[in-house]
Design a protein around this ligand. Sequence first.
Ligand code: AVJ
Length: 340
Amino acid sequence: MPLSGSAKIQGYEPACIHIPPTRHIPDLVEDVRSGLLSRPRCLPSKYFYDDLGAELFEKICDTEEYYPTRTEEELLLKYSKDIIEETLPDHIIELGSGSSRKTRRLFDACEESTHICGYAPFDVCEPALNQAAAELNAEYNWLEVTPLVGDYHAGLGNLPSPSGTGMVVFLGSTIGNFTPAEAEDFIEEIRGCMRPGDYFLLGADRIKDSGVLHAAYNDSSGVTAEFNLNVLRVLNRELDADFDLDSFSHQAIFNAGLKRIEMYLISKADQQIEFGKINETIFLRSGEKILTELSHKFHYAELEAMLMDKGFDIIRHFEPANRYFSLVLSRLLDKGVTAR
Ligand code: AVJ
């Protein structure tokens, strides 16, 4: 049986650890009751990401117009070695890791610097996590992957905190989906699961020409529109609703005053929608909007202030020549070190 060893490795399946919530968060039924049954109508953007939604998001990243993912990945490609050599983390935890595609650049840098660390991807979708973990295990045999299943909206208080130097990674400008107040709270929450001296790597989209922003959320192939409309499919399936996707249109506008992209679904007609599962009906007028996503854009100074206010020291800031995107590496100040 000399081959049984390798057969076992091939069939290796990482076991996910389920992270219990530290506070109650509304479920889809509650979010629909509070968001869709009253005005202004809105839905949390996290419901975009069912299997098809996740696939559509990947397709958005491949469009000509959607620059954030590509830009961030290029920054990681260019600067991961600097980041790893500067931080030498014993373990990396990534919030909302998805396919861990961009994070691989950090592992490549580890290989280059012969540095070894553990990786804990944290995401809601267990099958996708297992898939990503299995692929990472195959690609980086030295990497110890500990997939964590859970919703970061429900708190980070139950995340494991292994000893050694940690690095929390939060990429993709997902921070932009929070309101400014929520983003502050979330950074506070991140601080709560770190030790002094640990690092935080944040990816955030910058304010730029509104034409570039507009195009990124209104791609010519219509993938973003499809992604937006897909949330109605989620409601149809989960709540036995009867949305007709053809009677809604996609709209994404840059609100310069509030520095954010606002994404809406607009009813093309007066219509009535039934939610079989919760026994509710809503009436939408022609032209009526449902807010489905906010995507805030940042000045670099705001990112810096947001981190420093929460007790982080800025270690490095990476941006491309066009300043489209920021990767900010910060470090939680040592306890006992007071501001000068
Ligand atoms: C992955 C949430 C950061 O806000 O730009 C892409 C999602 N929405 N196109 C973003 C998204 C429309 C994306 N985030």
